[in-house]
Design a binder for this molecule. Structure first.
Ligand SMILES: [Zn+2]
Length: 280
């Protein structure tokens, strides 16, 4: 069995503060040394589609060119999906339709009836299940991801829920609704954690950007930019390293490559402040 399998949970709009306050299970793993926690300074602009591309290619926006949510085209750089496919690994994703636009094989733009299921993709995404409704329940999205795990045994599985972002936009970052959505998302992870670890997966959880009190994210302030990074892996030292830095969303793609045992792409950051085990 491949020992380098990864589940990558990208909780859309999971700001650093809301995670610290409401991601109790992952905070517990960091506190007990069973997992690691870091604070990431998000790249700019703090928008979803530009950050999907940054997280999955390891490149800043000026370089990859996905400059706004409305830029609807294929990625022009190697993503985790392309790198895993080319390495002979299996990838799968349950996530927002923009991911299929960036890394899939279907005509643009995304069409829900045609593209919701892309179970045998010939693009960089091999096995995908997509949604485009803000209200799509996180409980179902996590189950979608878990279904892909059971069906395809992917080496790299991305699970991308939108419930936190949806509540943040509607009610703002200081609302009980945003807090509850974050807590619920963490619960979905906690409920599956034992099964995922039993199945041999490492776990990486982060956000693409935060959310401000007005229910917006795009700009340059900590509440909009800062996201947590939680890692559970036998390859990574456990503990709460959130006081260290500087780490940014550019560190996520090379981390995923390292955990998967594949070479990073050209242009990804070569050095990282993440504490790996067995490192000098
Ligand atoms: Zn948003």
């Amino acid at each position: 069995m491949n020992k380098n399998k990864v589940i990558f949970v990208l909780v859309d709009a999971l700001g650093y503060d809301v995670a610290t306050r409401h991601f109790g299970f992952l905070e517990h793993l960091a506190e007990s040394g069973q997992g690691a926690k870091y604070r990431l300074r998000g790249e700019l602009p703090s928008l979803s589609r530009p950050m999907y591309e940054t997280l999955l290619t390891g490149l800043p926006v000026w370089r990859h060119g996905i400059t706004d949510n409305a830029v609807c085209r294929r990625s022009r750089f190697p993503s985790l999906f392309r790198l895993t496919r080319e390495a002979g690994l299996v990838n799968a994703v349950a996530g927002w339709g923009w991911l299929l636009e960036l890394y899939g094989d279907r005509p643009l733009p995304f069409d829900l009836s045609r593209d919701r299921l892309c179970l045998e993709g010939s693009g960089d995404i091999m096995h995908g299940l997509f949604y485009v409704a803000d209200e799509y329940p996180d409980s179902h999205l996590y189950a979608d991801g878990d279904s892909l795990r059971r069906l395809y045994h992917p080496d790299f599985l991305m699970i991308h829920p939108m419930g936190v972002d949806n509540c943040g936009h509607k009610y703002g970052a200081l609302s009980k609704e945003y807090a509850a959505a974050a807590g619920d998302s963490c619960a979905q992870i906690a409920q599956r954690f034992a099964a995922w670890r039993q199945d041999g997966y490492q776990l990486v959880v982060t956000g693409d950007h935060g959310m401000d009190a007005l229910g917006r994210h795009e700009g340059n302030e900590p509440i909009q930019r800062e996201v947590p990074l939680y890692i559970v892996s036998d390859q990574v030292q456990g503990g709460d390293f959130s006081g260290e830095g500087p780490l940014t969303t550019l560190d996520v793609a090379p981390l995923l490559c390292s955990l998967l045992g594949i070479a990073p792409a050209e242009g990804m950051k070569a050095e990282s402040a993440i504490h790996m085990k067995h490192a000098e």
